[in-house]
Design a protein around this ligand. Structure first.
Ligand code: ADP
Ligand code: MG
Length: 631
C-alpha cells in the first residue's frame, strides 16, 4: 500500500476525552472490554440477519453468522472476527471517530464519574468500543460492508489520531485485532477469554468460537417456561440484553396466546439513568419474531413513557420481513403495544400489593415515568392513576399513599379528591390552604413536585371523583362535623369584623392592589391566616403557573392567570387594618402590599424582592418606633 492511501485523522474532541477516561480507568474491571466487543459483534450479526430478511444480499451470502476469537500467546494479540453487517469507510469514521451523544457537557461529567466508580457502566453510555484501549496498546479494525464495497482498516493507539487505509480481500464483517499492553497479556490466553465469555456473553444468539470451539449455548431464554429458569439466568440475561453491570429491580416474564401470541421478558433496571442526568433514554426493548431479532430498541412496541424498560418481546404473529415504516402503523404492532402496556401496568399494580416496599422503591426511581404516562398516554391514563403515590395530610412525613388509600378514607358526603402543591411538606402545612382541611378533618394530598399538578389535572378524576386543587377560587368544602382542637375554641369565638366594614375594606384593598388581583373577597375558609391567593381559572394552579413562568411559556399560553385575594374577617390583623386605614392610610397601604406579597409567596409565586424588602423596613421602623414609645 502506498503512503498516499493512508489517511490520518483526528478524533473528535469528545472521543479523545472518552479515550482518556477509559485508558486511565481502574483496571479491576478490565474484563468487560471483551463483553463490549462481543456485544458489538452480536449487534452487527443481528443487523445483517435482519437486512438479509428485507433485501436479497448477494455478496458473501454463504458466510455463516458467527463470532470467532483467536488468541495468540506468543505475539500477545487477541482477534475477534464477526461475519456481521460490516462498515463502509464513512461508517468507520462516524462510528469509531465520533460519539453520537457528543455536545453535552453533562454527558461527559456523568460518564467520567461512572467510569471512575465502575467501568462496567460505560457500555450503557454507547461508547463500549473504546474500552478496547483498556487492554490494547494498538487496535486495528478491518471491515467490509455487506454491500460488497472493498474493505478498509482503521487503526489507532488511542492517542489523538487514527488512520484509515484500504484493506482489500476481506470477507463480509469485521475483524478487530488488539495488540495487548504488557500488563494485559492474560487476554492472549484462551482460558481467560473462555471464562469471560461464559461470565458475560452466554446469551449471545450466535455461536461464539474460541480457537474453533463453540463456548456459548445459544438460547432464547424468553421462550422457555418460567419454572425452568433460575434467578441467576434471569439476571445474566438482563445484563446481556441491557448491556448493564447492575442487577434489575423488577422483572416480568409472561406469555399469551390471545389476542396475539406473545413471549415477553422485560426488566426495570435498578437505576434511572435519565434522572441521573444522562439525557433522554432510548427505548430498551427488542422486538423478535420466532427468536429472530426484528428491531433492536424498538420505539413502536411500547409507549414512550415505558422507555426505561429493558428486554425482549417475541411475537410469532408478526411477519419476519416487516420494515421499519410498516412497523409504525401496523395493526398487529398497535395491538401488541396495547397488550404489553396493559399487562405491565397490571403487573405494577400487583407488585404494589404484593411487595409495597419494593413498589415504593420503584416509585422513587421511576415514578416520574408513570407521571409522564398520565400526561401523555390517553389510552392508559385511567389505569395509571392507580399507580400514583403522593404524600398527604394523613401520611407520615416522607411516606406516600395511593389514590385508593385516599378514597377509602373519604368522609361521608365528600365527593372530591383534594390536593395542594408546595415546595415541601412544611411549606404546605404552614400555608393557608390546608387550614380548613385540618379543621374539618378532610384529607388532602400534598403534591410536592412542580409537575404533579399537571399530572392530576390530566387525570381529571379518579374513581368517579373529581380531583381539585385547594387553591381554586371556587372551592366549597361541605360542612362536615368540625373537629375542633381544645385550644382553638378561643379563636372560634373571636367575633369577625362587621360585614359592612369588611366590604369596605375589600373595596379599598382592591384599589391598592389594582390589576394584580381580580377581586378582594371575604374568605369562607381561612382559619388562622389573614389572607390567601386563589386561582379563578379553574384548571390552572399556582404551581402550574410557576412552571410555565419558569419555562417562559406563560405568555404563549395567553392566560390572564386571574387571581383573587381572600381575606379572613376573624384575623386580628384584618381587624386592626380596618382601623389603621382610617388613622394612617399610607401606612395601611404598605401593610396591604406586604400581606399580598406574603400570600403570593405562600402560593409559591414570585414577588419583587427589592420592593418587598424596602417596604418591610418601613414597617419594621414603624413597629420599632411604636415599641420604643410604649416603654
Ligand atoms: P454502541 O455499541 O453502544 O453503539 P460502541 O462504542 O460499542 O457503541 O460502538 C460504536 C458503533 O460502532 C456501533 O454502534 C456500530 O455502529 C459500530 N461498530 C462497533 N463494532 C462493530 C462491529 N463489530 N461491526 C459493525 N459495526 C460495529
Ligand atoms: Mg457497543
Amino acid at each position: 500500500m502506498t503512503a498516499a492511501q493512508v489517511e490520518t485523522k483526528q478524533f473528535q474532541a469528545e472521543t479523545r476525552k472518552v479515550l482518556d477516561i477509559v485508558i486511565n480507568s481502574l483496571y479491576t474491571e478490565r474484563d468487560i472490554f471483551v463483553r463490549e466487543l462481543v456485544s458489538n459483534a452480536a449487534d452487527a450479526l443481528e443487523k445483517f440477519r435482519h437486512q438479509s430478511l428485507i433485501e436479497k444480499v448477494e455478496f458473501d451470502a454463504h458466510v455463516p453468522l458467527e463470532i470467532t476469537i483467536d488468541c495468540d500467546d506468543k505475539t500477545h494479540t487477541l482477534t475477534l472476527t464477526d461475519t456481521g453487517i460490516g462498515m463502509t469507510k464513512e461508517e468507520l469514521e462516524t462510528n469509531l471517530g465520533t460519539i453520537a451523544h457528543s455536545g453535552s457537557q453533562h454527558f461527559f461529567e456523568q460518564l467520567a464519574e461512572a467510569a471512575q466508580k465502575d467501568v462496567n457502566l460505560i457500555g450503557q453510555f454507547g461508547v463500549g468500543f473504546y474500552s478496547a484501549f483498556m487492554a490494547a496498546k494498538k487496535v486495528r479494525v478491518q471491515t467490509r460492508s455487506f454491500n460488497g464495497e472493498e474493505g478498509f482498516e482503521w487503526a489507532s493507539d488511542g492517542g489523538g489520531t487514527y488512520t484509515i487505509s484500504p484493506c482489500p480481500g476481506l470477507h463480509r464483517g469485521t475483524k478487530i485485532i488488539l495488540e495487548l499492553k504488557d500488563d494485559a497479556q492474560t487476554y492472549g490466553s484462551k482460558f481467560t477469554i473462555e471464562r469471560i465469555i461464559q461470565q458475560y456473553s452466554t446469551f449471545v444468539p450466535f455461536p461464539v468460537k474460541v480457537e474453533g470451539k463453540t463456548v456459548n449455548t445459544v438460547q432464547a431464554i424468553w421462550t422457555r417456561s418460567k419454572s425452568e429458569i433460575s434467578e441467576e439466568e434471569y439476571t445474566e440475561f438482563y445484563k446481556f440484553i441491557a448491556n448493564a453491570g447492575d442487577e434489575p429491580m423488577l422483572r416480568l416474564h409472561f406469555s399469551a396466546d390471545a389476542p396475539l401470541a406473545i413471549n415477553a421478558l422485560v426488566y426495570v433496571p435498578k437505576e434511572n439513568f435519565e434522572v441521573l442526568g444522562m439525557g433522554r433514554m432510548q427505548p430498551g426493548v427488542n422486538l423478535y419474531c420466532q427468536k429472530v431479532l426484528i428491531y433492536q430498541h424498538s420505539e413502536n412496541i411500547l409507549p414512550e413513557w415505558l422507555r426505561f424498560l429493558k428486554g425482549v418481546v417475541d411475537s410469532e404473529d408478526l411477519p419476519l420481513n416487516i420494515s421499519r415504516q410498516s412497523l409504525q402503523d401496523n395493526a398487529l404492532v398497535v395491538k401488541l403495544r396495547k397488550v404489553l402496556t396493559k399487562r405491565f401496568i397490571k403487573f405494577l399494580g400487583e407488585e404494589a400489593e404484593r411487595h409495597p416496599e419494593k413498589y415504593l422503591e420503584f416509585w422513587k426511581n421511576f415514578g416520574i415515568f408513570i407521571k409522564e404516562g398520565v400526561t401523555s398516554d390517553y389510552e392508559h391514563r385511567k389505569e395509571l392513576g392507580k399507580l400514583l403515590r403522593f404524600e398527604s395530610s394523613a401520611s407520615e412525613p416522607g411516606q406516600t399513599i395511593s389514590l385508593d388509600d385516599y378514597v377509602g378514607r373519604m368522609r361521608e358526603g365528600q365527593d372530591k379528591i383534594y390536593y395542594i402543591n408546595g415546595p415541601s411538606r412544611m411549606a404546605v402545612e404552614y400555608g393557608p390552604y390546608v387550614e380548613m382541611f385540618k379543621k374539618r378533618g378532610v384529607e388532602i394530598f400534598y403534591t410536592l413536585e412542580p409537575i404533579d399538578d399537571f399530572v392530576l389535572n390530566h387525570l381529571g378524576e379518579y374513581d368517579g371523583k373529581k380531583l381539585v386543587s385547594a387553591d381554586r377560587a371556587d372551592l366549597h368544602l361541605p360542612e362536615f362535623t368540625e373537629i375542633k382542637p381544645e385550644d382553638e375554641t378561643g379563636k372560634e369565638n373571636a367575633a369577625p369584623l362587621a360585614a359592612d366594614a369588611l366590604d369596605q375594606l375589600c373595596q379599598w384593598m382592591k384599589t391598592i392592589l389594582g390589576e394584580r388581583i381580580a377581586e378582594v373577597k371575604v374568605s369562607t375558609r381561612l382559619v388562622d391566616s389573614p389572607a390567601m391567593i386563589v386561582n379563578v381559572d379553574g384548571y390552572m394552579t399556582s404551581s402550574m403557573e410557576r412552571l410555565l413562568k419558569a419555562s417562559g411559556q406563560n405568555e404563549a399560553f395567553g392566560m390572564g392567570m386571574k387571581k383573587d385575594l381572600e381575606i379572613n374577617g376573624s384575623s386580628p390583623l384584618i381587624k386592626k387594618l380596618s382601623t389603621l386605614r382610617e388613622s394612617d392610610t399610607t401606612f395601611a397601604g404598605d401593610v396591604v402590599e406586604q400581606m399580598y406579597d406574603n400570600a403570593m409567596i405562600q402560593a409559591g409565586l414570585l414577588v419583587d424582592p427589592m420592593a418587598m424588602v424596602q417596604r418591610n423596613y418601613r414597617i419594621l421602623e414603624r413597629v420599632a418606633g411604636d415599641s420604643a414609645a410604649a416603654l
